[in-house]
Design a protein around this ligand. Structure first.
Ligand code: ACM
Length: 619
């Protein structure tokens, strides 16, 4: 692209960002809906607006009326079947209807906004998703809260499974934070919370029959400081770390999630990633005499569950309590990264391999998963496992989570199994850094910038049309080895979770990263900023690190958060709020054989800062 074109493009980008919502075909909604037909005029929510409902006890109705109350609106809510039409003018009304006439797809809704009335009809969870869209529109209104443009929005999800995972084993996150996480998921129409409850570094769910799982397995004596590998491998914080959820708390979270149409997929890891359980009950291991302690440094423990009858009895009992708590179809049994060293050393395992006519330790892993699957199926549930469960032969009814690329997912779909795509290589590992800059906080490594997450396509082209139907959805994972605080969890989650939401919900043909990032996201981030969330502030659009050659540059920058300020320097120093503020395009001239650095920082209204970006201009 030559310079002139580049400038024109930048200018167009700026113009469209300034005219947010008017030009945006999706009215600022994330994830972008299936279709939006705009028309003239607008509807204004006032305290006099009547809310008409045909199912007063519906969860979506309750969510909306609670939302209005919290926003300071005390609206009259009436049952549409009993309303006295003489007493109330229905001219200024919002109707929420489950008993509609139109044919809507699963989880679908239709939102019709005219000057006098808003009419929302939804199928099942669709009414709730329509409410989320309506709430987003009320906030996005331009100008001021509560004015929404007339339009007809038809919408439904691309995939039935839209998941977000959280590892609470490496670091523990309390119930209040889990609820906040669920709130975010609900707003962005994600419907499965994968709760990673156990691992080498902590057991976080109360099991009444085996109290030592949390008493001993819920506590590690200390935690590795910094990276587990490389650097100083001997530094520990010398501080005990503990935390777990009581069954009562779990029930409370499940109820909270149900109110938001979110299913929870509990994960109990086996046969690997089980050191916390083994530390509590060494008889679970192949060498019960050995001393064990809950993991203190990151990585994969070589000590794993031994496939004895005693182990299976204990796991069945644990899973029974888990299934009594969690009502959903899926129980995640882990299955990833199980080193076979302990099994290779074990006479018992060797005998079992021979008795069961298994090929090797991979076969033993499949035998393990198969036995667990049988038990879980006998209770009317389905197992999910990470893609390693394919290795010695796939359990007959298992759903596979493909995390090591898409290969496992492709193989499983070809075998006729359901698949959830969650590859780290696809930008779906939110423990990876959000840019290559050394200014990013400590992370497990990798690089999963927003654009990469957004670009992920969950349905591999190599699958036949029939096999593609087995890709039931997509998920991103937040592993927390290097995430010790709620603030950092939010920083790593946001804004990538919004990109994930669009991958899971929006038809591929409607996806457009420029529109998403520059016309819609800025407003959502401003809302999160005002609500006190942490998030990674993107670098100003047009300011991303690059090297340009030429003698003159007209630099146009677009704030990545509505209301944020962009400050810059030309002297090579890192900019801050005391430096020049970007207000209009910068015309920069570079003398011959000289280099100029334009460094920028974006600072949000609440004071959150982007990393410093650097455009190097050489002549
Ligand atoms: C995984 O990241 N070990 C599933």
């Amino acid at each position: 692209m030559n310079m002139k074109h580049k400038l024109l493009l930048l200018l167009l980008m700026m113009m469209s960002a300034g005219a947010f919502a008017q030009n945006d075909p999706y009215l600022g909604i994330i994830p972008a809906p299936v279709s939006v037909a705009k028309s003239k005029g607008e509807f204004k929510l006032t305290p006099e607006t009547i809310i008409l409902v045909d199912t007063p006890d519906n969860k979506a109705v309750r969510f909306f009326t609670n939302y209005l109350k919290k926003s300071g609106y005390v609206n009259t809510v009436l049952d549409v079947n009993q309303v006295d039409r003489k007493k109330y003018s229905l001219k200024n009304s919002i109707t929420l209807s489950l008993n509609f006439k139109s044919e809507l797809p699963a989880e679908g809704y239709q939102l019709t906004i005219s000057e006098n009335q808003v009419f929302l009809e939804g199928r099942g969870a669709g009414l709730f998703y329509g409410v989320q869209t309506l709430i987003q529109l009320l906030h996005a209104s331009n100008p001021g809260y509560g004015t929404i443009p007339c339009a007809v929005i038809k919408d439904h999800p691309r995939f039935p499974y839209r998941g977000m995972h959280l590892d609470v084993a490496r670091h523990f996150f309390d119930v209040d934070f889990i609820k906040k996480y669920l709130d975010l998921m609900a707003e962005y129409k994600l419907n499965n919370f994968h709760w990673h409850l156990t691992d080498d570094h902590g057991w976080r769910i109360e099991i009444k029959k085996y109290p030592k799982l949390t008493e001993i397995g819920g506590m590690r004596a200390q935690t590795k400081i910094g990276r587990a590998t490389g650097g100083d491998s001997d530094l520990y914080d010398n501080t005990p770390y503990s935390g777990f959820y009581t069954q009562e708390q779990i029930a409370e979270v499940i109820h909270y999630a149900e109110d938001r149409y979110i299913n929870i997929v509990p994960e109990i890891e086996m046969p690997g990633h089980s050191l916390a359980a083994i530390a509590a009950y060494p008889a679970l291991s192949c060498d019960p005499e050995k001393p064990y302690k809950v993991g203190e440094t990151w990585g994969v423990s070589k000590d794993v569950l031994c496939p004895t009858n005693e182990t299976f009895t204990m796991i069945d009992n644990i899973l029974l309590e888990v299934m009594e708590l969690f009502p959903g179809k899926y129980i995640h049994i882990g299955g990833d990264e199980c080193p076979k060293i302990a099994w290779k050393k074990s006479d018992f395992c060797r005998r079992l391999i021979s008795e069961q006519s298994l090929n090797d330790e991979n076969g033993l892993q499949s035998y393990f998963v198969g036995r667990i699957e049988k038990y879980v199926n006998s209770q009317g549930r389905t197992i999910i496992g990470w893609d390693e469960i394919l290795e010695g032969g796939l359990a007959p009814h298992a759903t596979v989570m493909s995390w090591r690329g898409e290969g496992g997912g492709i193989a499983a779909a070809q075998l006729g199994h359901d698949v959830i795509m969650t590859p780290g290589s696809g930008g779906l590992y939110f423990d990876h850094a959000q840019s290559k800059s050394p200014q990013e906080p400590l992370s497990i490594g990798g690089n999963a910038p927003l654009a990469k997450t957004y670009a992920y396509e969950p349905v591999p082209a190599v699958l036949s049309a029939e096999q593609q139907k087995h890709v039931i959805g997509v998920q991103a994972n937040l592993w927390t080895e290097y995430i010790a605080t709620p603030e950092k969890a939010e920083y790593m989650l946001l804004p990538r979770m919004m990109a994930l939401a669009e991958v899971g919900w929006t038809p591929a043909a409607n996806k457009d990263f420029r529109n998403f990032s520059q016309e819609r996201l800025a407003h959502h981030l401003a809302k999160l900023d005002a609500a006190g969330f942490d998030f990674r502030v993107p670098v100003a659009y047009g300011a991303e690190d690059t090297t340009l050659a030429g003698n003159q540059f007209n630099v146009v920058l677009v704030p990545p958060v509505t209301g944020a300020k962009i400050h810059y320097t030309l002297d090579g120093y890192a900019p801050g709020e005391t430096d020049l503020e970007y207000k209009a395009p910068l015309l920069l001239t570079i003398p011959e054989h000289k280099t100029l650095h334009l460094k920028t920082i974006t600072i949000t209204p609440s004071g959150k800062r982007s990393i410093v970006s650097d455009i190097k201009m050489e002549n």
